[in-house]
Design a binder for this molecule. Structure first.
Ligand code: S3P
Length: 427
């Protein structure tokens, strides 16, 4: 696909529902009692994976392709062992969260994924789930993962890395554990969608300092939730509108959970012009509208404490930094190396090929920015949806455009991405 340079971004958009909440709602709906209703389901390959997985585990899902789906729950301990292995495709969040739930179910479950997912570390969930009493085997640290669940006991677990997926796996297992509250301690706060959704369902989840505590329950009520737009899907548009002078973009009804919106803080430090208004609450989550106007940027620094709040947006930070005056440094982001691709590697090699002065470090990157458009050229997504979106925005802000290979990877989180982008692009 060739992405031609753009003049500006103009118009109003809304993006699909938060991927991580859509997935969590389906998983919790499957172990609830009765019929769950999920409105604003963020349709994408990764959320469809959650649907296919719970179906394989015995939950019925009514899905007519619209943005409302219904899940008929089988109860907290009612999941059944499927005939074959459970296939998680590219969806790391679904695999890790499902592992937490399966750790408390009777039976033997085999969890597999695609090539990218099979290269990502799984001992990070296997270890605490074993400590809780489940039998968990990984394949040299990776998928296939085999879980023989049941008989869990509550633990206190300090996560060795900042990971909402690990935290969530332990908390979900904690729903089914005996012996009091399961506690997770995280040194740096990560996204709290699991905690918020559980609280909506009446599960006692509390946070004191760095420690999150969850008490087990007898049963879960059905989920009834409306999901606002995914900030990570809005982010490429926000960055494009910031970088292209003369832009004016309205993003309607987007989730602005503070554990997710680190990009807004970073862009604001760099001089961006973004207004957040119409703040409201939906389904226990903060929601707002955003208005973005273009602005000249200056370099900034991003450190470990801030990283989890914009982990999936760091590729876009690299692009914004390329057009900001001065040197931007991102540190403490080694987790990027174990995403859908090694994003330190894929982001730096891709942007370099487009004429950006960027260098990788062990745990981040540095960018020497200049307030002009990068040249452009060719790059591939490596099958990574965030890389495909990065390439698209890089094309718009470049002088000569970007030839993007494997652009269809956007469908992992946002199948309508290119159509929506085209609808607000002025050439
Ligand atoms: C996610 C957590 C993050 C993030 C991923 C989605 C989630 O991963 O990168 O895209 O929904 O919990 P980690 O928790 O492993 O950092």
């Amino acid at each position: 696909m060739k992405i031609e340079p753009a003049a500006s971004i103009e118009g109003a958009i809304a993006v699909p529902g938060v991927k991580g909440i859509s997935q969590r709602a389906v998983l919790l709906g499957a172990i609830g009692d009765g019929e769950s209703r999920i409105v604003g389901f963020g349709r994408a390959a990764d959320t469809e994976t959650a649907v296919s997985v719970v179906r394989q585990l015995g939950a019925d899902v009514d899905d007519d392709g619209s943005e409302t789906i219904r899940v008929r729950g089988v109860g907290l301990r009612g999941l059944r062992v499927p005939e074959g292995p459970l296939d998680f495709g590219n969806a790391g969040t679904v695999l890790r969260l499902t592992a937490g739930i399966l750790a408390g179910q009777e039976g033997r479950f085999e969890l597999v994924g695609d090539e990218s997912l099979s290269s990502r570390p799984q001992e990070r969930i296997a270890e605490p789930l074993r400590e809780m009493g489940a039998r968990v085997e990984t394949t040299e640290g990776h998928a296939p993962v085999v879980i023989e669940g049941g008989g869990l006991k509550a633990i206190r677990y300090e996560t060795p890395m900042a990971s909402a997926q690990v935290k969530s796996a332990v908390l979900l297992a904690g729903l089914l554990a005996e012996g009091g509250a399961t506690r997770v301690v995280e040194r740096t706060a990560t996204r709290d969608h699991t905690e918020r959704l559980l609280r909506e369902l009446g599960v006692p989840v509390t946070r004191r300092g760095a420690e999150i505590s969850l008490s087990p329950v007898e049963r879960l009520p059905p989920v009834d939730v409306r999901i606002a737009g995914d900030f990570s899907s809005a982010a490429p548009f926000v960055v494009a509108a910031t970088l292209l002078s003369g832009s004016e973009l309205l993003v309607q009804s987007v989730n602005v959970n503070p554990t997710r919106t680190g990009l807004l803080d970073v862009l604001e430090r760099m001089g961006a012009n973004i207004a957040i208004f119409n703040r409201r609450s939906e389904g226990g989550e903060p929601v707002a509208d955003l208005e973005v106007r273009s602005a000249p940027l200056t370099a900034t620094q991003v450190d470990a404490d801030e990283v989890p709040r914009l982990i999936d947006e760091l590729p876009l930070v690299a692009l914004a930094a390329a057009m900001a005056r001065g040197e931007t440094v991102v540190r403490g982001a080694a987790e990027l190396r174990v995403k859908e691709t090694d994003r330190i590697e894929t982001v730096t090699t891709s942007l370099k090929a487009l004429g950006v002065r960027i260098a990788a470090s062990d745990d981040g990157f540095r960018v020497r920015g200049v307030p002009t458009r990068p040249k452009g050229g060719g790059m591939g997504s490596f099958g990574d949806h965030r890389l495909a979106m990065l390439g698209a925005i890089a094309g718009l802000v470049s002088r000569e455009g970007v030839r993007l290979e494997d652009a269809e990877a956007v469908a992992i989180s946002f199948p309508g991405f290119f159509d929506l982008l085209e609808s607000v692009t002025q050439r």
